[in-house]
Design a protein around this ligand. Structure first.
Ligand code: NAP
Ligand code: GDD
Length: 343
């Protein structure tokens, strides 16, 4: 019998990569999408039109993790072997503007799914999409599964709740419920307001003269960036492990936003000169045009200055390691911009 997976957050970056991975592995995949006034399925539309994927292996259901009835109904209807909870208001800066909604979705959303599992079938395995944002103002570096959390945003705090409620339901009801603590991961399908996509798309458009300037915030935060394609493999491996446990998933390398910009500019053969300090720091091209400027509106009330993970546990127990590095990530993201612009 084919395994059945249910993905909350199927229309997002990770949802689309995970759907493809599970379909390739022979799963029947069910996804939960939100109702929106415009189509929101652009990341998974190609799955329908792929002749290699039989239509009856991929199903979409309307739902929202803020709606207990909808969550319960879809789980009861599908009764999957595995549930991946990727649904979230995933933008850290936006979580300061919408703290209550973020909590309802990112914290209580996980609880709603766990409660439904307990009531419907305790054998359903559960994956919670945890985040390195939970480490926030880091108390040690690099961060591993034992590093204490110190979240710095309503998003981070909500994810800490989701993490502990997952642990609690595992211990209380003996569920197979695991947390992935994933560091930043990007791809051509990354949302356009996250910094890597903003930089890749912005500099590409500047190169082809479609855009004059890119506006950013803090250039000195450091992140451990991986590729979503590698990280969805880890999600699947976490649920195939013999025990339900929590795993840090990362590359172990960190770069600042400024270093990321310099790498993308180099790939695009844009010569950049930096001038000024702090919020007045700007980047100029070889003709003296200012192409990058910083704006206060992109600074956050509290920042996560540095993240760098240690995934020794996942390497040892899951035999997982990333295939991509920062250069192949940037290459992949730039190729997508190139293809999108010549079509
Ligand atoms: P994403 O692209 O923003 O996708 C989020 C998904 O959640 C979308 O499908 C979105 O639907 C859905 N969603 C939002 N609110 C919902 C609600 N109330 N009910 C049901 N679905 C809802 O995020 P991602 O990068 O794929 O990340 C996937 C998960 O991993 C998220 O939980 C995120 O917090 C977590 N995470 C991400 C990273 C990373 O670096 N990417 C790192 C650590 C953890 P719409 O398409 O309709 O908006
Ligand atoms: N978004 C954004 N836009 N960030 C900027 C900008 C800008 O114009 N300029 C500088 N930054 C800085 C942010 O202040 C932050 O320090 C860093 O770039 C990364 O920001 P994001 O790309 O928005 O990602 P994030 O690290 O806040 O959150 C992402 O990774 C988390 C895992 O650590 C999201 O995917 C979260 O959902 C995820 O949990």
């Amino acid at each position: 019998m084919k395994k059945k997976a249910l993905i909350f957050g199927v229309t997002g970056q990770d949802g689309s990569y995970l759907s493809r991975l599970l379909l390739k592995k022979g799963y029947i995949v069910h996804g939960v999408k939100r109702r929106s006034s415009q189509p929101n399925t652009f990341r998974i539309d190609d799955i329908y039109s792929d002749p290699l994927i039989k239509k009856n292996n991929f199903y979409l259901h309307y739902g929202d993790v803020t709606d207990s009835t909808a969550v319960f109904s879809v789980i009861k209807k599908v009764v999957p072997d595995e549930i991946y909870n990727l649904a979230a208001q995933s933008h850290v800066a936006v979580s300061f503007d919408m703290p209550e909604y973020t909590t309802n979705t990112d914290a209580t959303g996980a609880l709603r799914i766990l409660e439904a599992i307990v009531r419907i079938d305790k054998k359903i395995k559960f994956y919670q999409a945890g985040s390195s944002e939970m480490f926030g103002k880091v108390v040690e570096s690099p961060q591993n599964e034992k590093t204490p959390f110190y979240p710095r945003s309503p998003y981070g705090v909500s994810k800490v709740y989701a993490h502990w409620i997952t642990v609690n339901y595992r211990e209380s009801y003996k569920l197979f419920a695991s947390n992935g603590i994933l560091f930043n991961h990007e791809s051509p399908l990354r949302g356009e307001t996250f910094v890597t996509k903003k930089i890749v798309k912005g500099l590409f458009n500047i190169k082809i003269k479609k855009q004059k300037k890119l506006f950013l915030g803090n250039l000195y935060a450091k992140r451990d960036w991986g590729h979503a394609e590698d990280y969805v493999q880890a999600m699947w491996k976490i649920l195939q492990y013999k025990n339900p446990e929590d795993f840090v998933i990362c590359t172990g390398r960190q770069y600042s936003i400024k270093q990321f910009i310099n790498l993308v500019a180099k790939s695009l053969k844009i010569q950049i000169r930096w001038k000024g300090k702090g919020i007045d720091e700007k980047a100029f091209d070889k003709d003296g045009n200012c192409i990058i400027e910083c704006k206060k509106k992109y600074l956050r009330p509290a920042e996560v200055d540095t993240l760098k993970g240690d995934c020794s546990k996942a390497k040892k127990l899951l035999n997982w390691k990333p295939k991509h590095d920062i250069k192949s990530l940037i290459k992949d993201m730039l190729e997508y911009e190139y293809k999108s612009n010549i079509q």
